[in-house]
Design a binder for this molecule. Structure first.
Ligand code: B1M
Length: 210
């Protein structure tokens, strides 16, 4: 079993210590951060997602996998954070109301910080108004919204509508992402942009800043 398979296994078993040590070993073997992330950590989490959907495993198993994922991400973080010196701009980020998933949102935050953006992470289960208040307070021109549940996607539209109601949609742009979303759903809800993963979120946000 190679080190990335071992890392994926560690996530699936919810073994946070093994996840951290396998991530460290992968780094020592000079593997690229993106490879460790995609073919080790995320690969393991994808299998957890499938097994959860098929009811082969249950919520506590998913929670343990999430803890192991965070342990691996903590070790990988310095590599993903090849920090830009000058701030490229401020971004408000969070997971929408009713949704507690934060692994993907945290990855987006890490990659954006690495690209030199200043991130104000509001966390999970964030009320619509808080996103807008934070953007106004920090004079941020972009709000990034994450949702992992089909049932919480409508909360994104609520924020977009509230922004319009407050007459701020010319100054503040919205980018949305998360597993149940697509370019089509982003268009339908009226978001300015959509990104399918953390790496494309960085590229899309750079383009939005121009
Ligand atoms: Co939940 N969960 N979960 N879960 N969970 C999913 C999302 C699910 C698909 C599992 C399944 O059934 N196969 C399913 C949703 C079904 C649906 O609505 N379509 C589901 C469910 C049903 C639930 C509960 C309702 C279960 C229950 O209680 N019966 C419950 C809801 C709780 C709530 O939020 N109110 C629940 C709870 C949980 C845990 C708490 C146990 C845990 C989350 C822990 C945490 O986040 N701290 C959890 C987990 C871990 C998952 C799965 C297994 C993995 C999610 C993950 O972290 N993936 C997930 C199945 C899956 O997605 N395969 C599942 C890894 C992460 C790197 O990817 O988050 O997709 P992702 O982020 C990507 C992209 O989406 C994108 O970039 C990221 C990095 O590349 N992206 C953005 C994300 N946000 C972005 C923002 C952007 C741009 C890109 O711009 C701003």
């Amino acid at each position: 079993m190679n080190i990335l398979q071992k890392l994926s296994e560690a996530i699936q078993q919810g073994d946070d210590r093994l996840a951290a040590s396998a991530t460290q070993k992968a780094i020592e073997q000079q593997l690229q951060a993106a490879e460790i992330l995609n073919n080790g950590l995320i690969a393991g989490m994808d299998i957890i997602g499938q097994r959860f959907r098929d009811m082969e495993i249950f919520l506590p198993d998913v929670l343990m996998a999430a803890r192991a994922m965070h342990a691996g991400m903590d070790v990988l973080k310095p590599l993903l954070l090849q920090a830009g010196v000058e701030s490229r701009g401020k971004i408000i980020l969070g997971t929408v109301k009713g949704d507690l998933h934060d692994i993907g949102k945290n990855l987006v935050a890490i990659m954006l910080k690495g690209a030199g953006f200043e991130i104000f992470d509001l966390g999970v289960d964030v009320e619509a108004g808080r996103f807008i208040d934070a953007a106004v307070k920090e004079k941020a021109s972009i709000i990034g919204l994450s949702a992992l549940l089909t049932t919480t996607m409508p909360a994104m539209k609520e924020i977009i509508d509230l922004l319009k109601e407050r007459g701020l949609s010319d100054q503040i742009k919205i980018i949305v992402g998360g597993a149940p979303l697509s370019q089509e759903s982003a268009n339908t809800m009226g978001a300015n942009s959509y990104a399918k993963d953390a790496a494309s979120a960085v590229e899309t946000i750079k383009a939005m800043m121009v």
